[in-house]
Ligand binder design. Structure first.
Ligand SMILES: NC(=O)c1ccc[n+]([C@@H]2O[C@H](COP(=O)([O-])OP(=O)(O)OC[C@H]3O[C@@H](n4cnc5c(N)ncnc54)[C@H](OP(=O)(O)O)[C@@H]3O)[C@@H](O)[C@H]2O)c1
Length: 245
């Protein structure tokens, strides 16, 4: 039996890309998974694929940019699924407008709310119970843009992802004395539908050189399966190929 078997895991942004792969790999490792995203039909299809693993799932349609919906979702998971051992703050988005001149305040809020504020909210709602139990793991999916903010990633996205590093640091300061750890993972470019939100999406024929969602999922599981006494505080995960960005 591995260390993840029987754990309760909550994955935001589980309907696509990294989140879908993360949920699948946790289920394959014997963990129960709470699936959070807006597109209910995608979450239901994923829950069906997970079913043969014999673990429990709960499907939670939720716009993570809406505080009331996040609060209601955490309440529902607590009541119907149980307390969470591993939280993966993965939901994220970007807007085609990347420059300061083109980015509207609404664009900025949309990106910051989904990438950053939601991670803060889920953390603030789940950290107290983790501290009380003396254990818990929070994984924040930030980005290479957290280390190297850029116009390619955009002003809103780069700002949100850099701030996730601060959130991770403070989660550790607050959580570590109570046995709770936080890990920020900074992936470089990976082949998921998120790339189609770029003003000029990368060509399909270069995408096989990029990291794939499964690679990020394997990294999340690595961090979550370390003994609770060890914390992979920050993992930078970049493509080996120099031909992709
Ligand atoms: N792909 C990359 O190159 C790359 C690199 C570095 C970091 N990342 C980060 O990795 C994470 C996952 O991205 P991905 O590449 O897997 O992209 P993706 O395939 O587009 O998946 C994004 C996920 O976030 C969810 N989401 C977006 N807005 C949401 C909202 N308002 N409420 C709830 N869920 C929402 C989406 O679900 P619904 O649409 O169903 O709501 C979807 O499940 C993001 O945080 C992204 O910034 C990606």
């Amino acid at each position: 039996m591995n260390t993840l078997s029987g754990k309760n895991v909550l994955v935001t942004g589980a309907s696509s890309g990294f989140g879908e792969a993360i949920a699948l790999q946790f289920a394959q490792a014997g963990a129960h998974v709470a699936l959070v995203a807006r597109r209910e039909e995608m979450l239901r299809a994923l829950a069906q694929r997970i079913e043969p693993s014999g673990v429990r799932t709960i499907v939670c349609p939720c716009d993570v940019g809406d505080e009331a919906q996040v609060r209601a979702t955490v309440d529902k998971i607590d009541a119907e699924f149980g307390q969470i051992d591993v939280l993966v703050n993965n939901a994220g988005t970007n807007v085609p407008n990347r420059t300061i001149v083109d980015t509207t305040t609404a664009d900025f809020h949309a990106v910051v709310d989904v990438n950053l504020v939601s991670a803060f909210l889920f953390t603030s709602l789940l950290l107290p119970q983790m501290k009380e139990r003396g254990a818990g793991t929070i994984i924040n999916i930030a980005s290479r843009a957290a280390n190297f903010p850029s116009l390619l990633a955009g002003v809103a996205y780069s700002s949100a992802k850099m701030a996730m590093k601060a959130l991770n640091q403070i989660t550790n300061e607050e959580g570590n004395p109570h046995g709770v750890r936080a890990c920020v993972i900074n992936p470089g470019v990976a082949a998921t539908p998120l790339l189609d939100r770029r003003p000029v999406p990368p060509p399909q024929e270069t995408r096989h050189l990029m990291m794939q969602a499964e690679d990020i999922a394997a990294t999340v599981l690595y961090a979550a399966s370390l003994p609770q006494r060890a914390n992979a505080d920050r993992i930078d995960l970049y493509a080996t190929s120099t031909e992709v960005y």
